[in-house]
Design a protein around this ligand. Structure first.
Ligand SMILES: C=C(CC[C@@H](C)[C@H]1CC[C@H]2C3=CC[C@H]4[C@H](C)[C@@H](O)CC[C@]4(C)[C@H]3CC[C@]12C)C(C)C
Ligand SMILES: C[S@@+](CC[C@H](N)C(=O)[O-])C[C@H]1O[C@@H](n2cnc3c(N)ncnc32)[C@H](O)[C@@H]1O
Length: 362
C-alpha cells in the first residue's frame, strides 16, 4: 500500500470514528458527549462498585425496610445515570405526551410550561422546583414566567451541571440551585409563592413526608402542582406480568415502591392541601409518551456499542456498560407499562395551601 492510500485510509477511519462518537454520540442535546461520560461525583474506579451496591439495594424495591437509606441510594443512582440521561435524552429528565408535528424538545417544553401556568405565577414570584435534576424544566419555566426559580436536588453533581447550564443560558439571575434533601428542606416556612415537582417525588419512600415539607414552605393561598409516577386503575397486583413490569420500573429508576394513583390526592389532603384538580395527562386524546422510548431502539444499540468501546479503552469508567444495560432494560419495562396502561409518569395533581384562618375577633 503506498503512503497516499495509507494516509487516505487512516483519515477515513479517523473521520468515521469522530462521526460515530462525536456527531452521532450526543443523541439529543449537544453539550454532553459519549467521550465525557462519567460517574457523576463518584470517582471512575468506584463506579462499578457503586453500581453493584445500588443494584443490591433496589433489587427488591417492595422489601426496602430501611427507608432512611433511600435518599443516599437515590443520590448514587443519579451519580451513575446523570451523564447518560443528558447524553441520550437531554436536560429535562422526564416524559411528555407526543405532539404530532412537534419535536420532542418542543413537546417537553410545553409539558413544563403547563406546570407553571397551572400554579398561576407572576413575574418576580419566588417558586420552588422540588427535585430539579440538571434544571431543564427550571430554565424553560423561568424564561416562560420570568419567576425566580429555586431548585433542590439531592445530587451534588446535578447541582454543578444545573448551575453551569443556567449560566450558559444567561438565566443564572432567575435560577438558583440548592443541594439538599426534599424531605428536610433548608427553607423557611411560608417562603415560596408556588411550587412544582416533575417526576421527582416518586423517589420519596413516604409521599407524606415530602408533601408536608412542600406545604410548610409555601405561603398560604399558593399553589403546588406535581407530575407523579403511579400505577393506574388497570394495574392488577395478582397479574404476574403486571408485577414484573412495575418491579422492572422500580428497580431501574431508584423507586422505593410505586404508589397507586389513589394515594396521591389522599396524601395531599392528609398534609393539609385542598385538591384543586387531578388528571392523568397520559390519557387519550394525549398521544403516547412512550413512543420516544420505542423510536430510540437503534440509537440504544449504537450507544451500547459506543459505551462498550469507550469503557474498554478506559475513556468511560468501568461499570458504565452495566448502568447503560440497566437503563436499556428499564426503557423496555417503561414501554410495556405505557402500552398496557398500568403505569403513568404524569398523574397531575394541583393543590392549594389554604389561606391562613382569619384571627378570631372577640
Ligand atoms: C423520571 C425519571 C427518569 C425518566 C426518564 C428521563 C429516563 C427513564 C429511562 C431513561 C433511559 C432509558 C434508556 C437509555 C438508553 C439505553 C441510552 O442509550 C440513552 C439514555 C436512555 C434513553 C435513558 C434516558 C432517560 C430515561 C428515558 C425516573 C428516574 C424517576
Ligand atoms: C427524574 S429526576 C427529575 C428532574 C427534573 N424534575 C426534570 O424533570 O428534569 C428526579 C430528581 O429528583 C431528585 N431527588 C430524588 N430524591 C430526592 C431527595 N430526597 N431530595 C432532593 N432531591 C431528590 C433527584 O436528585 C433528581 O434531580
Amino acid at each position: 500500500m503506498d503512503s497516499l492510500t495509507l494516509f487516505c485510509t487512516g483519515a477515513l477511519l479517523a473521520g468515521g470514528l469522530y462521526w460515530f462518537v462525536c456527531i452521532l454520540g450526543p443523541a439529543e442535546q449537544k453539550g454532553k458527549r459519549a467521550v465525557d461520560l462519567s460517574g457523576g461525583s463518584i470517582s471512575a474506579e468506584k463506579v462499578q462498585d457503586n453500581y453493584k451496591q445500588y443494584w443490591s439495594f433496589f433489587r427488591r424495591p417492595k422489601e426496602i425496610e430501611t427507608t432512611e437509606k433511600v435518599p443516599d441510594f437515590v443520590d448514587t443512582f443519579y451519580n451513575l445515570v446523570t451523564d447518560i440521561y443528558e447524553w441520550g435524552w437531554g436536560q429535562s429528565f422526564h416524559f411528555s405526551p407526543s405532539i404530532p408535528g412537534k419535536s420532542h424538545r418542543d413537546a417537553t417544553r410545553l409539558h413544563e410550561e403547563m406546570a407553571v401556568d397551572l400554579i398561576d405565577v407572576k413575574s418576580g414570584d419566588r417558586i420552588l422546583d422540588v427535585g430539579c435534576g440538571v434544571g431543564g424544566p427550571m430554565r424553560a419555566i423561568a424564561s416562560h414566567s420570568r419567576a425566580n426559580v429555586v431548585g433542590i436536588t439531592i445530587n451534588e453533581y446535578q447541582v454543578n451541571r444545573a448551575r453551569l447550564h443556567n449560566k450558559k443560558a444567561g438565566l443564572d439571575s432567575l435560577c438558583e440551585v440548592v443541594c439538599g434533601n426534599f424531605l428536610q428542606m433548608p427553607f423557611s416556612d411560608s417562603s415560596f409563592d408556588g411550587a412544582y415537582s416533575i417526576e421527582a417525588t416518586c423517589h420519596a419512600p413516604k409521599l407524606e413526608e415530602v408533601y408536608s415539607e412542600i406545604f410548610r414552605v409555601l405561603k398560604p393561598g399558593s399553589l403546588y402542582v406535581s407530575y407523579e409516577w403511579v400505577t393506574t386503575d388497570k394495574y392488577r397486583p395478582d397479574n404476574p406480568e403486571h408485577v414484573e413490569v412495575i418491579q422492572g420500573i422500580e428497580r431501574g429508576d431508584a423507586l422505593p415502591g410505586l404508589r397507586s394513583y389513589r394515594d396521591i390526592a389522599e396524601t395531599a389532603r392528609k398534609v393539609g392541601f385542598e385538591v384543586v384538580k387531578e388528571k392523568d395527562l397520559a390519557k387519550p386524546p394525549a398521544q403516547p409518551w412512550w413512543t420516544r422510548l420505542k423510536m430510540g431502539r437503534i440509537a440504544y444499540w449504537r450507544n451500547h456499542i459506543l459505551v462498550t468501546v469507550l469503557s474498554a479503552l478506559g475513556i468511560a469508567p468501568k461499570g458504565t456498560v452495566d448502568v447503560h444495560e440497566m437503563l436499556f432494560n428499564t426503557a423496555d419495562y417503561l414501554t410495556r407499562g405505557g402500552e398496557t396502561g398500568i403505569f403513568t409518569p404524569m398523574h397531575m395533581i394541583l393543590c392549594r395551601k389554604p389561606e391562613a384562618p382569619s384571627p378570631k375577633t372577640s
